[in-house]
Design a binder for this molecule. Structure first.
Ligand code: NOJ
Ligand code: CA
Length: 720
């Protein structure tokens, strides 16, 4: 009997160690999981019969228990004995394996489409490490457009509290793919995207992106996710993570001899990569693949890997189109600070004694001007930055207690302005620049949110400029990842919506916490006033940055010559005016700014009409044309209305766009208003040359439209 049982167990072991396959519902993807002779878990991914991810190792490396590790020593692998105890990447055997299928459609609170199908086949493998008697589960979900997998740590005696030294997930490429990437970094994603072969990443990083090497270059072959790759078969691969909660954000480190990416988590001040307590799970690692670039853009896999919303009600969450007292500070025309900083003694506390600065932007008269403009043109909100005390001190960088988020400058009348805005149906949008003093922000957060509610605010733009305090922590480490989510959840208690700048990359958490309307997390329009964005930037970020969620890009600049605003600023906005309109369609966000000054919009009233008309919430989205780094054309259907909006952005090449309006309801007639580059338009030399024409269209119509270098077009299509 015992012998029989033994034979049966061995047989089961062989079956389970054998490679296991998971096939996607549409059969286009096959994921193969196995454990090698050393007990190392491996996966590979095939798409349309070809490997897109070659066999890649999985697992984690832990810090030795009880040993204090510094950043310098964190790179040491430790002795062999330690490795046996601390490795969670070898010595495994499969002891259980389960499959499941899921197919449900859900409705997002806002979005690019009004319903999302969550359809996948699942394999969860339980692995046992005999030497340590530890168990982990690797859960794979294979969708019709790609794979998600994560590590799960069930509650167990030998793995209760543990510290991650490094996650050892690999993404092995099958060749020297083309990559669209920004350098590995723990604090900023505000880089220009590079397009190079994998074999060229090191040299490009060495030279530096944007003229300066990465601030925290953990490796010259380090890159951030979302990462986009294109293979020699013209397959597009997007690698990222979903549901980043209580864990450090992932960078990738490339072994450029073998073209294998390995996870490199953000370290904390001690060099550790994460403190975990079982039962717990890691974020999902995601690989979205298609032979059509547009399918990458419409993938919902990252959202689907996040949990449904936990909020009992979401009717208080509303997409917003807004203007603001902002571009004038960014361009240097106005200041955030109330006082003349040159005359301020650092560490100032008595603001009433300060000499006012004539250039202070957030003054009552100026804010009223923006409120009037918002009301007259149908905007929901007015963002006001530089309204509160602290900017003078912050620039002095003397202490971690700078802002209290409730004390206005003398020339900003909180109650009066709220009453004025409310009388015109406009909301003022709060601004919390935390100066990255995160503990200070948390200390003041509840009072600050209460203050918002009392004064009629329902949305906050937060910011994390500068080094994180507590010192030594990084913007993408576990501790501050937890802070960002705490700020969102806490805001929800007050029915406040959040737009965070300089926080960690988005990972689809807006499904679970839909009051996280948008984030920055990339180079936005502000860089057009800091030297200019490269013209292909907006043809890349939908494939990279926006894979994780909406971006507060703040488009809509009509005056490209910044020296006309501030003679000391010689920056130039690298876009035609028509393309600025297109960005409202191509860069999805439920929190969308019209960033330029009212007087610039008054000057080009006919073009401004598009910004007035374009909605910020959609029933449906189609990608009509797309090639990363070259061009993108989107068509989106307005929520609850038979109206469509098309946007096209172009890189620095002149290109023709050819589209068919077959997304329109057949047999119906529509009027299309086309806002396009004029023949002689050019982003550098003639950006404001545009034409507007109205034509009757139907689902059979085709439009051929020339786009200028750095140009594009926008179309609004309404029922006739
Ligand atoms: C950087 C943000 O991106 C920008 O939008 C903001 O105005 C400044 N920080 C000041 O908080
Ligand atoms: Ca920024």
């Amino acid at each position: 009997m015992y012998r029989l049982l033994l034979i049966a167990t061995c047989l089961l072991c062989t079956i389970l160690t054998k490679a296991q396959q998971l096939v996607s519902p549409n059969k286009q993807f096959v994921m193969v999981f196995s454990v090698d002779e050393q007990g190392k878990p491996l996966y590979k991914l095939q798409y349309k019969g070809k490997d897109v991810i070659a066999p890649s190792h999985m697992g984690l490396d832990l810090q030795p228990e009880g040993k204090k590790i510094t950043f310098e020593t964190a790179g040491n692998t430790g002795g062999a004995a330690q490795k046996e105890i601390n490795s969670l990447y070898d010595g495994f055997k499969v002891i259980d394996s389960k499959t499941a299928s899921f197919d449900k459609t859900w409705k997002p609170v806002y979005g690019e489409v009004n319903q999302i199908r969550n359809h996948y086949n699942e394999l969860s493998v339980t692995l046992q490490q005999n030497k340590t008697d530890r168990k982990i589960i690797i859960r794979f979900r294979l969708f019709d457009d790609g794979l998600g997998f994560r590590y799960e740590f069930p509650e167990q005696k030998n793995l209760t509290y543990f510290v991650i030294k490094e996650e050892k997930t690999e993404f092995a490429m099958t060749g020297d793919n083309t990559a669209f990437w920004i350098p590995g970094d723990f604090d900023t994603e505000e880089y220009t995207y590079a397009k190079t072969k994998l074999s060229e990443i090191k040299a490009k990083n060495e030279k530096g992106i944007d003229g300066n090497a990465s601030q925290t270059p953990f490796s010259l072959t380090g890159v951030q996710t979302p990462l986009l790759l294109k293979t020699k078969e013209n397959f597009y691969i997007s690698i990222h993570e979903a549901a980043l909660i209580d864990y450090s954000a992932m960078n990738l480190n490339l072994d450029d001899k073998n073209f294998v990416f390995q996870t490199y988590l953000t370290p904390d001040a001690q060099g550790n990569k994460g403190h975990l307590q079982s039962p717990c799970v890691t974020p999902w690692r995601t690989i979205v693949v298609s032979d059509k670039a547009g399918d990458i853009l419409t993938s919902k896999t990252i959202l689907n890997l996040n949990e449904p919303t936990k909020y009992a009600s979401t009717d208080w969450i509303k997409p917003m189109k807004y203007v603001g007292v902002w571009w004038e500070m960014i361009t240097g025309k106005s200041t955030w600070a109330y006082a003349d900083i040159d005359n301020v003694q650092l560490g100032v506390t008595d603001y009433s004694k300060l000499k006012p600065n004539e250039k202070h932007g957030a003054n009552n008269a100026n804010v009223k001007k923006y409120i009037d403009f918002a009301a007259a043109n149908g905007f929901d909100g007015v963002l006001v930055e530089g309204w509160n005390e602290g900017w003078e001190d912050w620039f002095g960088k003397t202490k971690d207690y700078v802002f209290d988020f409730v004390t206005p400058y003398p020339d900003f009348d909180v109650k009066g302005l709220h009453a004025y805005a409310a009388s015109k149906g406009v909301k003022i949008i709060m601004h919390h620049e935390t100066s990255s003093s995160v503990r200070n922000y948390e200390r003041h957060m509840d009072t600050a949110y209460k203050f918002m509610v009392e004064n009629g605010y329902n949305a906050v733009k937060s910011g994390y400029v500068g080094d994180i305090i507590p010192r030594g922590e990084k913007h993408y480490g576990q501790w501050i990842v937890n802070h960002y989510l705490y700020a969102i959840k806490q805001a929800a208690k007050y029915h406040i919506m959040v737009d965070a700048h300089e926080s960690v990359h988005m990972t689809g958490l807006q499904r679970t916490y839909p009051n996280l309307l948008a984030q920055e997390s990339a180079k936005g329009t502000e860089y057009e006033a800091f030297g200019g964005n490269s013209p292909d930037h907006t043809t890349i970020i939908p494939f990279t940055r926006l894979m994780g969620g909406p971006m507060d890009y703040t488009p809509g600049i009509f005056e490209m010559d910044i020296s006309k605003i501030n003679p000391d600023n010689h920056s130039h906005v690298n876009s035609t005016l028509a393309r600025q309109l297109a960005l409202y369609v191509t860069l999805y966000s439920p929190f969308m700014m019209a960033a330029d000054f009212p007087e610039h919009y008054e000057k080009y009233k006919d073009a401004f009409q598009f910004i007035k008309d374009v909605p910020v919430d959609w029933d449906d989205t189609k990608v009509l044309e797309a090639e990363p780094g070259d061009y993108i054309t989107y068509a989106r259907k307005q929520k609850g209305k038979d109206a469509w909006f098309v946007g096209r952005t172009n890189d620095e090449e002149p290109r023709d766009s050819n589209i068919t309006l077959d997304f329109l309801t057949p047999e119906k007639k529509y009027i299309a208003t086309i806002y396009a580059d004029a023949k002689d338009a050019n982003y550098k030399t003639n950006p404001q040359a545009y034409t507007i024409r109205k034509i009757e269209v139907s689902s059979k119509s085709k439009i051929k439209q020339a786009c200028a270098p750095g140009g594009g077009y926008a179309i609004s299509i309404v029922e006739k």
